[in-house]
Design a protein around this ligand. Structure first.
Ligand code: ATP
Length: 261
């Protein structure tokens, strides 16, 4: 389970901005990225985060990964505070970040192996876990190639495999299907659905309304760093008096920003 309680984050609030040793006449204004955001993503459910560009989705997810420290509020993974106990929290988390880098001199298999080792997998168990994720993500043909030159979709598959190889109880994914072809997107969706059936907690951000409507049990709508609405796709449609999630989203946030073309 993932719980976010009253998260606040402002960028550029207190730093002095110097240029060639002189204070700049015009300081950049602070940006409030999270303004008291709270929600819960439950086990055995897929929870989607929707919001227009700049709403605070990535900031919230990066706080969950421990990459960013919130100014206030807390984030918990299975009841473990990500700031107070980061290692224990991370052990229960698979992350698929917004930006991903690969070690291009390693093969896909070696990269997944590296992450499996970081998560404490060893010996035959580790080998079986790597083989299983490679098979599940249909990566057999890529497994023993160096990742230098991999296409966007191929790089994403390696990143996903790294995130999932230790079968974490909770997955957090930032726009996971961007750049994936239709078959890879289906593989990923089926994978997430199977994980949900096994009782895992999945939280992902997306701009693709059909994807969110089809996959998510609950949807969190974020605007201006705050919770604008939450519920099942049907509940959100009812709340907005619309039949389609896309129309409901537009009505709730008052703009069509954030809907994928
Ligand atoms: N490192 C940073 N420094 C300054 N401002 C930042 C930083 N990271 C995010 N922001 C700002 O915080 C706000 C929230 O950004 P965030 O990336 O969380 O939005 P998002 O909902 O993920 O948007 P998108 O859908 O466009 O990816 C934006 O105004 C963004 O410009």
């Amino acid at each position: 389970m993932i719980q976010v309680n009253n998260l606040r984050k402002t960028f550029g609030a207190s730093k002095k901005h110097l240029f060639n040793g002189f204070s700049q006449a015009t300081k950049p204004s602070p940006v409030v990225a999270l303004d008291g955001l709270s929600f819960t993503a439950k086990d055995g459910e897929i929870t989607g985060i929707l919001g227009p560009n700049g709403a605070g989705k990535t900031t919230c997810l990066r706080t969950l990964y421990g990459l960013l420290k919130a100014d206030d509020g807390s984030a918990m993974i299975d009841g473990i505070d990500v700031v107070k106990n980061p290692l224990a929290a991370r052990a229960r988390l698979g992350i698929f970040p917004d930006k991903f880098g690969l070690y291009e001199r390693l093969t896909a298999y070696e990269q997944i192996d590296y992450f499996a080792s970081i998560h404490g997998l060893q010996g035959d168990f580790k080998h079986q876990a790597i083989e299983a994720i490679i098979k599940d993500l249909d990566m057999e043909a890529l497994a023993h190639r160096k990742t230098l030159g991999f296409s966007q979709g191929q790089r994403m598959k390696v990143t996903l495999a790294q995130a999932l190889v230790h079968q974490p109880k909770n997955f957090v994914l930032d726009e996971p299907t961007r750049g994936l072809d239709v078959m890879s997107t289906r593989v990923l969706r089926n994978y997430l659905a199977r994980f949900k059936e096994k009782g895992h907690c999945i939280l992902f951000s997306s701009h693709v309304m059909q994807e969110v409507a089809a996959l998510c049990d609950r949807v969190i709508i974020v605007a201006n760093g705050k919770l604008a609405a939450e519920g099942t796709p049907n509940e959100l449609c009812e709340l907005a008096g619309e039949t389609q999630l896309e129309e409901a989203f537009v009505k709730i946030i008052g703009s069509d920003e954030g809907v994928a073309a």
